[in-house]
Design a binder for this molecule. Structure first.
Ligand SMILES: [Zn+2]
Length: 112
């Protein structure tokens, strides 16, 4: 992944093997995903209600299954939305705030 901001390795003086150390991006993806899933599950109330109503054609069992399915759908949608946002925020922090890079050729880690 090369960006305009990828620096030269201070030892090799080439850009080819330099990668951003994107720890925050990975953490952000997971945290965002979990947070998104949680809020998606809560926010899926309408899904759950719809599911429960549809499920109610098969009384009791269908109502419960419909509600669960609706909630899960919301949680999954929330997970992906949250993970995407967390990924972007994390990438921004890695790039703009931390700015640590590693050269995969010589193993040097450096900040810019
Ligand atoms: Zn190097």
């Amino acid at each position: 992944m090369f960006t305009d901001k990828t620096p030269l390795c201070p030892k090799c003086n080439v850009i080819n093997h330099v990668v951003l150390i994107n720890t925050t991006q990975k953490v952000g993806t997971v945290v965002g995903g979990v947070a998104g899933a949680a809020s998606g599950f809560v926010g899926a109330e309408s899904f759950a209600v719809t599911g429960a109503v549809l499920g109610s054609f098969v009384p009791v069992v269908g109502t419960g299954l419909g509600a669960i399915t609706g909630g899960l759908a919301g949680a999954i949608a929330g997970f992906f939305a949250g993970a995407t946002i967390g990924n972007r925020v994390g990438q921004h922090i890695d790039t703009e705030v931390i700015g640590r890079y590693r050269c995969n050729k010589c193993g040097a880690e450096f900040e810019v």
